[in-house]
Design a protein around this ligand. Structure first.
Ligand SMILES: Cc1cc2nc3c(=O)[nH]c(=O)nc-3n(C[C@H](O)[C@H](O)[C@H](O)COP(=O)(O)OP(=O)(O)OC[C@H]3O[C@@H](n4cnc5c(N)ncnc54)[C@H](O)[C@@H]3O)c2cc1C
Length: 393
């Protein structure tokens, strides 16, 4: 028996869902966001680098008030096996240009802040509640079921992350395949601000984004390190299908990586503050689910909108942009009084016209996505050229 009715119900309070909630509530819509964690950020994981351009469109000058850690002013790319690494440092002015600006973030703080902003706009957020299924009739979604409560809405936005069981049960997407998703394991290691500045050659407020590829003794995995104000986020990622071929578990790979002779001195004296693991949808275009239907839109990781471009991993700005575009689509549907797929298809068109799908499609579109990220050139190409000039294959 349905008890409540909303203009829009959003499932999942990560960056995608919160952005949609913020925009819709700001336009006077009755919005309910349901999050299974005890607060926004409790269950959310990232490596650490948020490109600001999408959120900037939603909340101008957000970095002035949001709990960002450091502004990225320097990048490093390392390639190698075990302790033998070649590293290129990149500190182009492009990193600081308005469209390319990026910040290191910790989701526990950042998502909580965005949730507060959405609530201030008038969105209703409930925590500690899992949506179990969707209300659906003849293919039209018209609400959600959480425990023994049913709540109805004109439209449901699925923002429930990489392993969206709701989208799978609806037949909109398949479970992630082993060649489409990586698993990431990460630690946040506390160190004083002064030590971080000294060890990474940074001034206060300045951040480093450092990616590594090909770093195992007997396996290839990617790794990352981001500097926060008074901590370092460090982790490894590996394609699910590769895990079978390795002797080590992924947590052990992270342990080995931290003990690498180039890395260990940078972490010396640090204390473990956070440990997390999560799936990353990296299957590109082939992994895209059905993005909309009658009464429903998929955003962020739930829609597999994430891309590993080699020198950088992008998912958070895609989550924000897709949340924004979904909200705009719902507002237009509201005006027309039509929430069918015929109207909500505008969402997919908007994604196609934005940087989001170019980013996801990778390959040829990678450079377009790179430019959309504010770079003048592809740092991977610059890296490979530098390696070639140094005679390293
Ligand atoms: C190791 C790692 C490194 C990464 N590095 C970067 C990076 O440096 N830069 C970058 O831009 N991106 C990075 N990403 C990708 C980025 O973190 C994701 O793309 C982004 O978090 C997606 O946001 P989202 O809001 O779509 O999903 P999520 O943040 O996963 O949010 C989904 C939310 O839905 C909730 N939920 C799920 N099911 C239900 C349910 N049934 N009922 C209620 N609530 C539910 C969850 O609790 C969660 O809060 C990384 C990801 C990983 C794992």
């Amino acid at each position: 028996m349905s008890e409540e009715r909303f203009d829009c119900i959003i499932v999942g309070g990560g960056l995608a869902g919160l952005t949609a909630a913020y925009v819709l509530a700001g336009e006077g819509q009755e919005v309910l966001l349901v999050e299974k964690g005890n607060y926004s950020g409790a269950k959310n994981m990232t490596g650490g680098r948020l490109y600001g351009h999408s959120l900037e469109k939603v909340i101008a000058d957000f970095a002035a008030s949001a709990p960002v850690e450091r502004k990225v002013v320097k990048e490093r790319l390392s390639r190698g096996v075990g302790d033998d690494m070649v590293t290129v440092e990149y500190d182009s002015a492009g990193l600081a240009c308005p469209f390319g600006e990026s910040y290191t973030v910790l989701r526990g703080k950042f998502d909580r802040w965005l949730a507060d902003q959405a609530e201030e706009q008038g969105a209703m957020l409930i925590y500690g509640v899992r949506v179990d299924s969707l209300l659906e009739e003849n293919g039209k979604v018209f609400g959600v079921v959480a425990g023994d409560e049913e709540m109805e809405a004109n439209v449901v936005i699925l923002a429930d992350g990489a392993n969206s069981l709701l989208a799978q049960n609806l037949g909109y997407k398949a479970p992630p395949q082993i060649n489409q998703a990586t698993v990431g394991v990460k630690e946040v290691i506390g160190l004083s601000e002064e030590i971080i500045n000294e060890r990474f050659n940074l001034a206060s407020g300045e951040g480093l984004a450092w990616l590594f590829y090909g770093n195992g003794e007997d396996q290839v995995y990617d790794a990352f390190l981001y500097t926060n104000t008074d901590s370092v986020s460090i982790g490894v990622t590996m394609m699910l299908g590769e895990i079978d071929h390795t002797q080590n578990s992924v947590p052990q790979m992270l342990e080995d990586f931290k003990n690498n002779s180039k890395i260990a001195p940078l972490l010396e004296g640090g204390r473990l503050m956070e440990y997390s693991a999560h799936l990353i949808p990296e299957g590109g275009e082939n992994m895209l689910p059905k993005l909309y239907g009658d009464g429903i839109i998929l955003v962020g990781d739930a829609a597999a909108l994430c891309a590993n471009l080699g020198f950088t991993l992008r998912g958070m700005d895609l989550a924000v942009e897709s949340g924004l575009l979904a909200a705009k689509t719902v507002l237009a549907a509201q005006e027309q009084g039509d929430f069918s797929a015929d109207t909500l298809c505008a969402y997919e068109k908007a994604l196609q016209e934005s940087f989001v799908l170019a980013c996801v499609k990778g390959g040829e579109s990678c450079l377009a996505a790179v430019k959309a990220g504010g770079y003048e050139e592809d740092p991977i190409s610059a890296f490979n050229t530098a390696m070639g000039e140094a005679g390293i294959k």
